[in-house]
Design a protein around this ligand. Structure first.
Ligand SMILES: [Zn+2]
Length: 76
């Protein structure tokens, strides 16, 4: 039965890592590929967003287009 506990811990650790990553990412701005407007995204929306490099498949709140580019974060 020990493998169940190990599996649960591994899954939980991966989940926490994903949430922390998404929370860090939510501090950044994203630019819509369609209307070029910049906006911020909640971390829970980033958690399940498909992405490759700086491209993120998240919905633009202005025009509803799916597909945004991550802007270089200048933390303040
Ligand atoms: Zn847009």
């Amino acid at each position: 039965m020990e493998w169940i506990i190990v599996t649960v811990i591994v899954i939980l650790a991966a989940l926490i890592a994903c949430i922390l990553w998404a929370m860090q990412l939510s501090k950044r701005s994203f630019q819509c590929k369609s209307c070029s407007k910049e906006f911020k995204v909640k971390w829970n929306k980033l958690l399940f967003a498909i992405h490759s490099d700086e491209y993120y498949e998240i919905k633009c709140p202005f025009c509803g287009n799916k597909g945004c580019i991550e802007k270089d974060a200048k933390e303040s």
